[in-house]
Ligand binder design. Structure first.
Ligand code: ZN
Length: 487
């Protein structure tokens, strides 16, 4: 007989277990959910850096610090850091305010917080000065910009925005970007030559006697670095050495850039004092002969010597052959004065310079023949001439100049008429005698290049001597018989 040990077992069926499990799970879930609801479970963010921050443009944004945990009333904070989603429209290439958004999804719900990020530019532009090899600016030439560039990390090329100015011996450059960041650079020393100083030789107040020439005592110019700048000095203002007066001379250096330095000198041209005119005590005749020497001068001197009479010769340079008569006249006690070298009115009255050039030529001729210069002269045509009217005022100017220079110019108060009115010796003599008669001091105009005039002299001498006249040579103090100036 077969013994069965198998007893029918009472077993819990699979379905039943599943149901129990589900019930259990639902129970747990319900309890958990209830606990969570009662707990008020939610997400809490912790920012470990300020919620508002600046970010330098172009720098990568790096999360400065945030984490999130769960928290509730009953169970407190969880330790576990939740996953935080970060989203942002932040563009670090554009300045502005951006928002970084942090989101945590927890229990089917989104939790979020924000951080404000200001993208800023605090980096100043980069300013680079260029240096041209071998270039050296001087004060005189001015500084010519060698160039520069300015770039900004945000604005880009700012070269056009660079501002610069010069001061002392340097140039300052500044550039500011759109965010207000400024860069300053200095170029120095700018100049190898600094501002020069002009130093005058001689006094800045100079007193000189009137003369036919003035030589400036000179000047030099040097800059602070010892460079000789004399060659750059310009002079304005002129001294008229033959006219008494005060003259300003300005010495200056002007740079093409418009800077200038200067020094001043005042030249006081002092008139040479002429001797006072002395009227002779006795009846005096001053025979004067213009336009010689010439072929008849020797004969004239013989006649004068015969009567021991003295006369005056206002000479020209027209006849070199007879220049020696000038020396003879002088040595025989006659006066020699300047008339004119060329006797060309058009030329000598064209300017003061032309007049004195002609005048000096005669002075040199006289000095050659007599050993000294003369102090007396006679204007061609006389001081009252109107042939000089083509140059208005020239006679006034020349008469003043001659006076300032210490010359005495003579006109005449007796005309012989030998200059065109007559060619008759007797008439010439008659004119002179009639002119001198009753006159205390006669200055007679004759021309020793006219033989008929020279021939009249002996008659005049005889008449004069017989009538108590003395024939004298002119000197600077003699009566000058001025006509008065018409131009
Ligand atoms: Zn003349």
């Amino acid at each position: 007989m077969k013994k069965s040990t198998d007893k029918p077992k009472k077993r819990i069926g699979g379905k039943t277990a599943l149901v129990i499990l589900v019930i259990l799970l639902v129970y747990i879930a319900a309890v958990t959910l209830a606990a969570l609801v009662i707990d008020g479970r939610h997400v809490r963010f912790y920012m470990t850096a300020p919620q508002e921050m600046n970010l330098e443009c172009f720098e990568a944004y790096q999360e400065p610090g945030i984490y999130a945990v769960t928290t509730g009333k009953l169970f407190g904070e969880g330790k576990k850091h939740l996953h935080v989603d970060v989203s942002s429209d932040l563009d670090n290439t554009r300045l502005g305010e951006y928002t970084v958004k942090y989101t945590v999804r927890y229990l089917l719900q989104d939790y979020s917080t924000e951080r404000r990020v200001q993208v800023v530019d605090t980096v100043a532009p980069v300013l680079e000065l260029k240096y041209v090899e071998g270039y050296q600016a001087s004060w005189f030439t001015g500084y010519e910009e060698e160039g520069y560039t300015a770039t900004d990390n945000y604005d880009g090329d700012l070269t056009d925005k660079v501002e610069s100015y010069e001061e002392e011996n340097r140039k300052v450059y500044t550039v500011t970007d759109s965010s207000g960041n400024t860069t300053t650079m200095v170029r120095e020393p700018l100049y190898i030559y600094t501002e020069p100083e002009i130093t005058l030789y001689g006094d800045s107040e100079l007193y000189v006697n009137a003369s036919l020439s003035f030589e400036d005592p000179g000047y030099y110019a040097q800059d602070k670095m010892g460079n000789d700048m004399t060659g750059f000095v310009q002079v304005s203002g002129q001294v008229c050495p033959y006219r008494a007066g005060d003259y300003e001379i300005t010495y200056y250096i002007e740079s093409p850039t418009g800077d200038s330095v200067s020094a001043q000198r005042t030249v006081h041209v002092l008139p040479i004092r002429n001797p006072d005119t002395v009227t002779p005590d006795s009846k005096t005749i001053y025979l004067t002969f213009d336009d010689g020497p010439g072929p008849y001068t020797g004969r004239l001197l013989d006649v004068l010597a015969k009567y021991n009479a003295k006369a005056t010769f206002f000479v020209t340079g027209a006849n070199p052959k007879y220049y020696d008569q000038i020396g003879r006249a002088y040595n025989e006690g006659h006066a020699v004065g300047v008339h004119t070298y060329s006797h060309n009115y058009r030329s000598i009255y064209s300017s003061e310079e032309a007049f004195f050039q002609d005048f000096n030529a005669v002075q040199d001729l006289i000095c050659d023949q007599t050993g000294s210069y003369t102090k007396i002269c006679r204007f061609p045509g006389g001081s009252s001439n109107t042939v000089s009217n083509f140059n208005p005022g020239i006679m006034t100017s020349l008469a003043g100049a001659l006076t300032d220079l210490g010359y005495q110019y003579f006109d005449w108060n007796v005309s012989s008429g030998d200059a065109g009115e007559t060619t008759d010796t007797d008439t010439v003599a008659e004119n002179i005698i009639n002119g001198c008669a009753g006159r205390k001091a006669s200055v007679v105009l004759q021309h020793d290049i006219k033989d008929y005039s020279v021939n009249a002299v002996e008659q005049v001498l005889i008449w004069g001597i017989n009538n108590g006249y003395v024939f004298r040579a002119l000197d600077a103090s003699s009566p000058n018989a001025h006509h008065g100036i018409n131009n």
